[in-house]
Design a protein around this ligand. Structure first.
Ligand code: GLP
Length: 241
């Protein structure tokens, strides 16, 4: 693991955006795994600014998103599909056919999981996977379980995850109870993994995930085995180390 210390959220975001943009410059048809949530937002804003200045070209980039809430589609502001269009895709020149996001609206969810696994297979290995970290150590929506889940699957969201994500919804009751998520196989198969972590509320999860035992009860801990894992974390997130 390569640990890059950042002063604060802004510094973390710029460092992460630099790594992502270097990837795209070096390999314009990169497959980039994308995450949602507050953690990658600053990096997306920076990438959009560089695109607007003419420093970045996304026309050849292929993207795969980690996850989506069950029951939420583009019309819903809290859906991850909408998040990605609002904060990134509507502002850069990614080809729509190169954007891949699992659907939480599929009537046959198991078929949707297999479809998404097939999409991942067809794209080949992810060149750079961007991740945030859940307060209970989840990545994507791979929640703490008794085993590491390999492929795309349906999850029942834990109370702690629903509570943490309720800040994006009007009421707790509106937070979906389920989600579809890429499994850990494709995440750990990625050529390079880049995680951004900011804030004191993530300090415990960060310490447990990367400085404790590798266990499916803390899904992110599997990244300790990854040969090219970069963690960009700010002072608050590193405060327990
Ligand atoms: C959600 C997402 C994760 C994200 C996590 C942390 O549960 N599924 O991909 O990493 O929340 O989100 P935030 O960055 O907002 O703290």
């Amino acid at each position: 693991m390569r640990l890059i210390r950042a002063e604060n959220y802004k510094d973390m975001s710029r460092k992460a955006a630099n790594i992502i943009s270097a990837q795209i410059i070096l390999k314009p048809d990169s497959v980039i795994g994308l995450a949602t949530g507050a953690s990658p937002l600053g990096a997306y804003e920076q990438l959009v600014r560089w695109y607007q200045k003419g420093d970045l070209d996304f026309s050849g980039v292929r993207t795969v998103n980690l996850d989506e809430y069950l029951g939420l589609g583009f019309q819903c502001p809290q859906s991850y599909r909408r998040f990605m269009y609002d904060h990134l895709f509507s502002q850069i020149n990614t080809e729509p056919s190169n954007i891949h996001i699992p659907s939480g609206l599929a009537t046959d969810l198991e078929a949707e999981c297999r479809r998404y696994d097939a999409v991942l297979r067809s794209l080949g290995r992810i060149d750079l996977q961007l991740l945030g970290l859940g307060c209970n150590g989840h990545i994507g929506f791979n929640e703490p379980e008794d085993e590491f889940r390999k492929g795309t699957h349906i999850v029942h969201l834990s109370d702690s995850t629903r509570k943490a994500n309720s800040r994006f919804f009007d009421r707790m009751e509106d937070v979906p109870t389920g989600a579809i998520t890429m499994g850990l196989f494709d995440i750990v198969q990625a050529e390079r993994v880049l995680m951004v972590v900011s804030g004191k509320e993530k300090a415990n999860a960060l310490k447990d995930a990367f400085f404790g035992p590798v266990t499916p009860r803390i899904p992110a801990s599997i990244l300790q085995f990854h040969a090219n894992f970069t963690l960009v974390a700010d002072t608050d997130a590193l405060s327990l180390l």
